[in-house]
Design a protein around this ligand. Structure first.
Ligand SMILES: [Zn+2]
Length: 104
C-alpha cells in the first residue's frame, strides 16, 4: 500500500478515543496500511515476568492506527489537510490541498 503520510509528519486523529488529538508519526507500516503516532492510541500491555520471583509489568504501548483514521497537519498552514501530489519534471512531491505549498 502506498502511504501518503511519512515518518515525522504531524497528524490529527479523526476517530476513536484519541479523536482530535495531534501527534507525530514515528513509524509507518505500508504493508498493513497503518502508522504509529507518538504517545497516542495507547494500550496497556502486560509483560510477563522475565525471571522467577519477579512481577509482571504493565506498560503502555502505542498501537498502530489505520492511515485512514488520521489526517496530515500541514507544516505550512497548520491545518489538517488532504495530501495531493505535484510532478515537476522527474520530481514528485506532496502538496497541501489547502495552501498548495509543498509538504516537506
Ligand atoms: Zn497547507
Amino acid at each position: 500500500m502506498k502511504m501518503k503520510i511519512k515518518k515525522g509528519d504531524k497528524v490529527k486523529i479523526l476517530s476513536g478515543k484519541d479523536r482530535g488529538k495531534k501527534g507525530k508519526v514515528i513509524e509507518v507500516l505500508p504493508r498493513q496500511g497503518k502508522l504509529i503516532v507518538e504517545n497516542l492510541n495507547l494500550a496497556k500491555k502486560h509483560l510477563r515476568p522475565q525471571k522467577e520471583g519477579e512481577k509482571g509489568k504493565r506498560v503502555e504501548v502505542a498501537i498502530p492506527l489505520p492511515a485512514s483514521k488520521v489526517m496530515l497537519i500541514c507544516p505550512n498552514c497548520g491545518k489538517p489537510t488532504r495530501i495531493g501530489y505535484k510532478i515537476e519534471g522527474k520530481k514528485k512531491f506532496r502538496i497541501c490541498k489547502k495552501c498548495h505549498k509543498e509538504i516537506m
